[in-house]
Design a protein around this ligand. Sequence first.
Ligand code: ZN
Length: 148
Amino acid sequence: MKNQLILLVTLLTHLAFAHEGVELGPNGGRILEFSENETMHGEITVKGDQFHITLFDKDMKPIAVDKQSLSATTGDRSQPVKLAVMKGPNGFVLPIVKPGDWLILRFKDHQDAKAITARLEYNTATCEECQSAEWLCRCQPNSGGPKP
Ligand SMILES: [Zn+2]
């Protein structure tokens, strides 16, 4: 019984880390979940002083933006600052946030759909291990443990 419990905890821990690990998209940006069943993803990349968010379906094929909508905020939870989001043919464009600030996105597949919230800390510090910016770092969250 004790061994089974340990196995269960190990499995759950593994799942949690797998879910939290940063996933990178075809353009080297970070993949955000815009659905509850992996059918909609957003890849966020930086171009100049803007975030570009491209939409992908479950097979990571680009989706033409139609009825989807996105709102974005940054700053304190008590005093959120709304960001102006522009809609493009394959995604959205919004102003970049300050390094270290959080970007909170609320995605809707269509007008009556439930909003899906995705959060991102725009941490631009360089990870010593992979030399990527921290917000694009794929290293394991528990760096003390053995790497696969
Ligand atoms: Zn790293």
